[in-house]
Design a protein around this ligand. Structure first.
Ligand SMILES: [Zn+2]
Length: 252
């Protein structure tokens, strides 16, 4: 059986343009053998930083002393999902620990507006396990965007993350390098809220949402309309806090 699906990952081109966050080295392929130079096969060694070089899915192990792997946390194969386009708001009145003047915010009121636009009731969202966020404007240049203190992308406010939690969202996917401010002094307030880790803590406990995941640096093409889908969240089987991933939205 084949279904109509939309790939919302950013292809990782080792030889071409790439997104980059936090100023890390670009993802590279080093040739160990090349048929064009007489080798019987092509084989390359890849070096990259999953959190910064492209679409990746992470688990609570991103912020805990305990080593927890995304492979062991991600139990879902196909889950219901809602795709929403959110208009960031500059200097919104909503709260955030490391907010700076001029920043763009993804707000609870913005989520409300986007839900109303697609006619999805808050109660039906409770049935949905994944929320996919496309920030506006949605330019394809996002696929090779460089994010740093000179180009601070939007981030969620406290109220927005509280709303996402209230909806029971288990998998949050965003086209941003982080759900927190790109440099927030290491507080990672939204990451901690989402996994239910207390502020300042590096410890997972019985209340931690171990099976909840965050996927960052996706790109949702403009021909994919907002609304309800099934999400197939595919990850590379890394025993690491994050792995490159390939989320697919399957039309209902
Ligand atoms: Zn990350």
């Amino acid at each position: 059986m084949t279904s109509k699906f939309f790939d919302i990952s950013i292809p990782l081109d080792f030889h071409g343009p790439q997104p980059n966050a936090f100023g890390v080295e670009r993802a590279e392929a080093n040739s160990l053998g090349d048929t064009r130079s007489g080798s019987s096969v092509n084989f390359e060694r890849y070096s990259f930083t999953p959190h910064c070089s492209g679409t990746h899915t992470e688990c609570v192990g991103h912020i805990t002393h305990e080593r927890i792997s995304i492979r062991s946390c991600l139990e879902d194969i196909i889950v219901p999902a809602v795709l929403l386009s959110l208009e960031p708001e500059r200097d919104s009145p909503e709260h955030y620990s490391a907010k700076l003047p001029g920043d763009l915010h993804l707000t609870a009121s913005g989520i409300d507006t986007a839900l109303a636009r697609v006619g999805i009731d808050h109660r039906s969202l409770l049935e949905n396990e994944a929320l996919v966020v496309r920030t506006l404007p949605n330019d394809p240049s996002k696929m090779a965007a460089v994010y740093d203190e000179r180009n601070v992308p939007p981030y969620f406010t406290d109220e927005a993350i509280e709303m996402v939690m209230r909806f029971g969202v288990k998998h949050l996917l965003v086209d941003l390098p982080s759900i927190d401010r790109i440099s927030d002094g290491g507080i990672l307030a939204n990451h901690r809220s989402f996994w239910n880790i207390p502020p300042g803590s590096f410890d997972a406990d019985a209340d931690t949402r171990r099976n909840a995941t965050i996927t960052e640096l996706i790109y949702v093409p403009n021909n994919v309309p907002d609304g309800e889908y099934q999400l197939n969240l595919q990850i590379a089987p890394f025993e690491a806090d994050a792995a490159p991933s390939r989320p697919l939205l399957i039309a209902k």
